[in-house]
Design a protein around this ligand. Sequence first.
Ligand code: C2E
Ligand code: MG
Ligand code: MG
Ligand code: MG
Length: 287
Amino acid sequence: AAKKEGRRRARTFDPAMLLVLEQRELLRRSLRVALQHKEFFLEYQPLVDRCRTVTGFEALLRWRHPRLGVIPPIAFIPMAEADGLMSEIGQWVLEEACRAALNWPDHYTVAVNLSPAEFLTVGFTDRVSQTLDLVGFPAERLELEITETVLLERTTNNLDTLNTLNVLGIQISLDDFGTEYSSLSYLKNFPFDNIKIDKYFINDLLDDEKSQTIVRSIISLSHGLDMRVTAEGVETAEQASWLLAEGCDRLQGYFLSPPLHVDRLGSFIRHGKKARMGAAAGTTRAQ
Ligand code: C2E
Ligand code: MG
Ligand code: MG
Ligand code: MG
């Protein structure tokens, strides 16, 4: 009963709420200086092709907060966007990821996620090509991932931006396909090289016929439009086999590897991939 009463009171005045707001404000302030303090770092998650060969890595941003520990992107990117910090952070991500990729086998690609704020920044494409020049990284090995929310605003400029990136030789991926607006007109009007099927459809793939039908349709739609398809969030060997049998071009997910700290990439690359896929299928990992 005391608990119930506490909850009822909480609705009118709750000191804990103030605390939450204060903490948010603190977080926001520490986000402002996180770049200077070098608190951001990237993890890299591998992708494999139809032959189960590693083709490259996706860079995923993390924030090592001095007191709170490692904070995942979903917990701070919206705040960074709202505060106008995401363009600068994104620039750091791009440069850092390209530099890291210089150490990989020279056919590996690196995928970098873009937030709408970055993509819509004036001069964004110039900055991308300047960064490639600065780092000495070939445009053909860079993949930029955007979500459909990016395309909702300022359509003609969006198209210009995507076309410019395309002319530079950069690969463009449509991330999280199927979860947001998924307007088919995007597929008709924008020059994507690759569609990433959201993990929402991969999760229950083997138990849900609707997910299977949707995934099959996305694969055939993409191929019909000359785009490759990547499935993200593949967690089991069974899902991987199903997806490859249906013609999916690339796979990414815990079945292969979680995102890795940069220090672990060297040994991951050397180890060879097929053994690892076997390990995910249920044999014991030799290590
Ligand atoms: P995303 O680009 O769709 O990345 C995939 C997310 O799924 C990553 O979460 C990854 O760790 C997670 N994941 C990978 N494999 C599996 C799996 O098998 N199962 C499950 N359940 N999850 C898996 P993460 O790293 O927390 O990133 C979340 C989102 O944050 C990303 O989604 C992306 O939209 C955004 N993000 C990450 N890094 C950046 C960045 O540098 N810039 C921008 N603008 N956004 C970023
Ligand atoms: Mg992504
Ligand atoms: Mg995604
Ligand atoms: Mg996502």
